[in-house]
Design a protein around this ligand. Structure first.
Ligand SMILES: [Ca+2]
Ligand SMILES: [Ca+2]
Ligand SMILES: [Ca+2]
Ligand SMILES: [Ca+2]
Length: 170
């Protein structure tokens, strides 16, 4: 306590030099400014090539991809590092294992963390009913894709007005 000066003195770790670019996280911490926007990802973060912070940078640093393309079952990185599981498999969010694609959203938790039963970032989570997730493009498209119609009444907090429920009974 009271030794703040000491603390800031030890904080001088890894400040980039004036001719360097700060990658902000990962290794290397700094790259030469010549490596900025040169078409090759040099920072682990991909910041030197303008990759947004939430993008996934391929292991071989050949590209960075949108988060929705990570673990979507299709290789988008040249080295397939966005799909560490074999073709047709789903990787549990905690990285503990790969499960068969047929077990994905089948109603049973097959991943230890239950992530195979969660809706993906490109899906809408129905409020209730047997249908749990619907693709984003079916939200507000005029058809009830969720059993409870919550994909058509998002501005209403996912609550279908009672009159609609009545008509749906027939
Ligand atoms: Ca670069
Ligand atoms: Ca992918
Ligand atoms: Ca499952
Ligand atoms: Ca719909």
């Amino acid at each position: 306590m009271g030794s703040r000066a000491n603390q800031s003195a030890t904080k001088t770790r890894n400040i980039c030099l004036p001719w360097q670019f700060d990658c902000q996280f990962g290794y290397p911490k700094c790259v030469s400014r010549n490596q900025l926007n040169n078409g090759k990802i040099d920072c682990y973060s991909g910041f030197d090539e303008g990759c947004p912070a939430h993008f996934f940078v391929c292991k071989d640093r050949s590209a960075c991809i949108e988060p929705s393309k990570y673990l979507d079952g299709k290789a988008d990185c040249k080295d397939s590092s966005d799909e560490p599981c074999a073709q047709g498999q789903f990787q549990c969010a905690d990285g503990s294992k790969c499960i068969a694609r047929t077990l994905f959203q089948n109603g049973n938790e097959d991943c230890p963390d239950g992530s195979d039963e969660e809706c993906t970032t490109s899906q809408f989570a129905c409020k209730c009913g047997a249908v749990r997730c619907v693709a984003e493009k079916f939200v507000m498209d005029g058809n009830w894709d969720c059993e409870d119609g919550s994909d058509e009444f998002i501005e209403n907090g996912g609550e279908a007005p009672p009159i609609f429920r009545f008509f749906d009974e027939t």
